[in-house]
Write a protein that binds this ligand. Structure first.
Ligand SMILES: Nc1ncnc2c1ncn2[C@@H]1O[C@H](COP(=O)(O)OP(=O)(O)O)[C@@H](O)[C@H]1O
Ligand SMILES: [Mg+2]
Length: 218
């Protein structure tokens, strides 16, 4: 079953065609690596997938229903986007985690939070750390944790290991792979060719705003 479907999607900004005629079906449980030159439209594609921007032409469906027929909050709950440049707000790491719960009217689940922190090689002390003092790699992992708190069905990752050392890159790859094995659909933009083929079942290549190929990995 297609969990996401793009049909003839184009996205134009300031009269510039950023994406043109994108048609693709993403199946439930897919792990798709997205590659392509810088500026080819990969991040724009993920922003469309997460309803952060709206197609200029064509349509996108989630589970056979048009994006436009969903409550945007419901879509955002199911489709989580982890940005290329992690943005953390407030003063402490805790501010970022607790906000995710409070906007949903929920009490923080510290067991779940601690479990996620340890999965990503971060100890509990990080919760009290100041955002300003974190390294790029720490921010990336905390932004990733924040997007995983509520078990999204589709996880969109935009070059999320770019600031990580080798060991932590392996940790993140392995956590994402195990989420995929438990059923989360993954779309992962990476410029690392080795990473793109490690766990993915498909590799999508975007070239100057168009789909160049969708390769199925045996
Ligand atoms: N908000 C924007 N305003 C103007 N141009 C944009 C905007 N977002 C993206 N672009 C342009 O769209 C193209 C695709 O960008 P992007 O999707 O970020 O590419 P990639 O992630 O593959 O590097 C680039 O030429 C970029 O300059
Ligand atoms: Mg990008």
């Amino acid at each position: 079953m297609a969990i996401l479907e793009f049909k003839d999607v184009s996205y134009t900004h300031n009269e510039k065609n950023i994406l043109e005629n994108i048609s693709i079906e993403i199946d439930l449980g897919d792990f798709i690596s997205i590659v392509g030159h810088s500026g080819s439209g990969k991040s724009t594609f993920l922003k469309l997938c997460s309803d952060l921007i709206t197609p200029t032409d064509g349509y996108i469906k989630y589970k056979d229903k048009y994006f436009s027929d969903y409550d945007p909050i419901e879509l955002r709950k199911n489709i989580a986007y982890c940005f290329q440049t992690p943005y953390l707000f407030g003063d402490t790491v805790m501010d970022n985690i607790s906000f995710a719960y409070s906007i949903r009217g929920k009490k923080i689940d510290l067991d779940r939070v601690n479990k996620l922190f340890s999965m990503f090689n971060l100890n509990e002390d990080y919760l009290e750390k100041e955002v300003l003092n974190l390294s790029g790699g720490e921010k990336q992992r905390i932004a990733l944790i924040r997007s995983l708190l509520f078990n999204p069905e589709v996880l969109l990752l935009d070059e999320v290991t770019s600031a990580l050392d080798v060991d932590n890159t392996l940790v993140v790859e392995s956590v994402i792979n195990s989420l995929n094995e438990k059923g989360t659909t993954i779309l992962w933009v990476t410029h690392n060719i080795e990473q793109s083929r490690k766990y993915a079942n498909k590799v999508l290549t975007i070239d100057t705003g168009k789909i160049k190929s969708l390769e199925v990995i045996a």
